[in-house]
Design a protein around this ligand. Structure first.
Ligand SMILES: CC(C)(COP(=O)(O)OP(=O)(O)OC[C@H]1O[C@@H](n2cnc3c(N)ncnc32)[C@H](O)[C@@H]1OP(=O)(O)O)[C@@H](O)C(=O)NCCC(=O)NCCS
Length: 379
């Protein structure tokens, strides 16, 4: 690569592929899946409709949606071997568990050795269903509770909450969780989706692509931020009134630390997903009788906007939304995967359908060429 071709750090603003799945306009705060504005989808569509949209690039008819729902329901039960592995693994980071167990799911998949487009689609549906069951079951086992059998009558969002808590969720909780899943489903070439596409472009198997994506999502600059947001709030809340939020965040900014849940590579204005999550965080917090987390968040948002000119991203208010739903912090990032697996698999299927190996170049900045080889004894 010639020295004139300087790469942009972090590939900022670099267009790395063509895709028909997600439209993102960071200047105007627009996010659309296959042309459908995220605000319309959040208000009107279920997560299952969104999955169909991402995988087929069009909304389903009633019959098509019914078929997909049946396929998702049929795939909910986890293989006994995966449950055994979950019991055997030492307690650790929930994303490590999810990564290992998603990999294990591939061993039990009936289409493991079939890489046809039809089999890959079936695996995308199964992964979306199974990752939901897996995360709910991980949540129970982390508390020493046994797994709950899925309920075929419940939709995807309600079944997740049921398998997590053992109780039928309220309509409000189900709707809030369903909207959260829709909002997180896809986001163009975010780091984990790009990781999945790079793996897919080698024509590896679909489980490997999703395992790679989960590894990328874990990082605090990506999906790990939602758990960090809640840990920050809980830390402030443990020994202080909500007013302490400004003091703590100001001190962190003075130490040049990043505030989780703020900033975005693409959005230069409000993240449209944050608009919905802010509202849900407020409503659910009030209903749960814990409005202080939202109040604290509002104070932090105002301060970071003033001091750093940064807006909250998808992770900021999703943290308090999940907390108000009674979900443990350790599950926040795995829940991101429960939703984003739909987008990951959509991108992987798109990559498979029109593939070329992704193999960019690096600007070489190492020792001058050629270096003279010195025998071991002469160094
Ligand atoms: C999302 C994120 C990784 C985007 O990164 P990026 O486009 O590479 O932007 P940079 O990290 O280069 O940040 C640009 C500037 O804004 C500052 N900044 C960015 N996000 C910040 C944050 N959350 N808190 C404080 N300062 C922040 C940086 O310190 C940097 O300042 P400088 O120019 O004075 O050094 C970044 O905003 C971030 O780390 N946010 C916190 C983690 C998070 O919420 N991730 C979830 C993303 S959806």
């Amino acid at each position: 690569m010639s020295t004139a071709e300087k790469p942009k750090a972090g590939l900022e603003d670099t267009v790395a592929c063509s895709s028909a799945i997600c439209y993102l306009d960071g200047d105007h705060g627009v996010l659309a899946y296959c042309g459908y504005d995220i605000h319309d989808l959040a208000r009107h569509a279920t997560f299952e409709e969104v999955c169909y949209l991402l995988w087929h690039r069009r909304l389903p008819t009633r019959a098509e949606l019914g078929d997909l729902q049946s396929q998702l329901v049929a795939a909910r039960a986890l293989p006994e071997g995966v449950l055994r592995l979950l019991r055997a693994l030492p307690a650790g980071h929930s994303m490590d568990l999810l990564r290992t167990l998603t990999s294990a799911l591939g061993h039990y998949d009936q289409d493991a050795n079939d890489h046809s487009a039809q089999a890959n689609y079936r695996k995308a549906v199964r992964l979306t269903s199974q990752i939901s069951s897996l995360v709910a079951t991980m949540g129970r086992m982390s508390k020493g509770l046994g797994p709950i059998e899925p309920d075929p009558v419940l939709g995807h969002a309600a079944n997740f909450l049921y398998m997590l808590t053992g109780e039928r969720p309220s309509g409000l909780a189900t709707h809030a969780f369903d909207v959260a899943l829709t909002l997180h489903a896809d986001h163009e070439l975010n780091a984990s989706t790009f990781a999945a596409r790079v793996a897919a472009a080698t024509l590896t198997d679909i489980h490997s692509t999703i395992v790679g994506a989960i590894g990328a999502l874990k990082g605090p600059l990506h999906g790990g931020a939602n758990a960090d947001v809640m840990r920050l709030l809980l830390d402030i809340g443990k020994d202080g009134p909500v007013e302490k939020a400004e003091e703590v965040v100001r001190a962190r900014l003075a130490r040049k630390e990043k505030i989780p849940g703020f900033g975005h590579r693409v959005y230069h204005t409000e993240d449209p997903r944050a608009t919905h999550l802010r509202q849900m965080s407020r409503d659910l917090g009030q209903r749960a009788g814990e409005p202080m987390w939202f109040e604290m968040s509002q104070r932090i948002e105002a301060l970071v906007k003033t001091e750093k000119k940064l807006n909250p991203n998808v992770d900021f208010y999703s943290a308090t939304t999940y907390h108000a739903l009674g979900i443990d912090v350790d599950l926040f990032t795995p829940i991101f995967a429960v939703s984003r697996v739909s987008g990951w698999t959509a991108h992987v299927l798109e990559q498979f359908a029109n593939n070329r190996l992704i193999r960019p170049r690096a600007e070489y900045i190492g020792p001058e060429y050629p270096q003279r080889y010195q025998p071991l004894d002469a160094r």
